[in-house]
Design a protein around this ligand. Structure first.
Ligand code: ITT
Length: 182
């Protein structure tokens, strides 16, 4: 089964396909830009994005939105993670966290699916910590500074581990189970 995935980010599609394999679900990237609404929750951004792309293309589609929520920064950058990454990157986050003892953070992912029957949302979450320095070359975005709970390496140092435990893995597993009727 092939699912259209509207995203500008090929890394996301690769991770989705890792999750989809065991369910026989394949994701195909389509490039339809959609405006990301200003909202605190990734679920709201994903829902709105899916509605928008369906409105334009008139066929079933998913979008996925991710946010990094840092406890000591009251959940910043959250749903503004893309903007913040463009402006200050992981280095900027490390500066903001300089001398901060509480390193707890989580990634949250929400998939918005829209077809002729309406919208459905699937969420995933992984808890962890912001590392004191960037480590690793794999992955993308904030991967070099995020160490999930129970692990020693960042997502960028151990991509196979990321693919097993990540926020995206969990959201896509839920979606695939549902869409494949498993
Ligand atoms: P879209 O076209 O799908 O929106 P994007 O890369 O802009 O692609 P998001 O808006 O969901 O995706 O991502 C918000 C920010 O968080 C952005 O800077 C990403 O690089 C980063 N990000 C998303 N998923 C991540 C992950 O699994 N690991 C590390 N950083 C991630």
């Amino acid at each position: 089964m092939k699912i259209r995935f509207a995203t500008s980010n090929p890394h996301k599609v690769a991770e989705a396909n890792e999750a989809g394999r065991e369910f026989g679900v394949e994701f195909e990237q389509i490039r339809v830009d959609y405006p990301e609404i200003r909202a605190e929750d990734v679920e709201d951004v994903a829902k709105d994005g899916a509605q928008y792309v369906f409105g334009k293309t008139k066929s079933a589609v998913i979008v996925e939105d991710t946010g990094l929520y840092i406890e000591a920064l009251n959940g910043f950058p959250g749903a503004f993670s893309a903007f913040v990454h463009r402006k200050i990157g992981s280095d900027g986050i490390l500066k903001l966290m300089d001398g901060v003892e509480n390193r707890a953070a989580k990634f949250r992912s929400a998939i918005g699916w829209r077809d002729e029957n309406g919208v459905k949302i699937f969420s995933g979450e992984v808890e962890g910590e912001i590392n004191s320095e960037k480590r690793g070359k794999e992955g993308f975005g904030y991967d070099p500074i995020f160490v999930p709970k129970g692990q020693k390496k960042t997502f960028a140092e151990d991509f196979r581990m990321k693919n097993k435990v990540s926020h995206r893995r969990q959201a896509f597993e839920k979606f695939c189970k549902w869409v494949a009727g498993a």
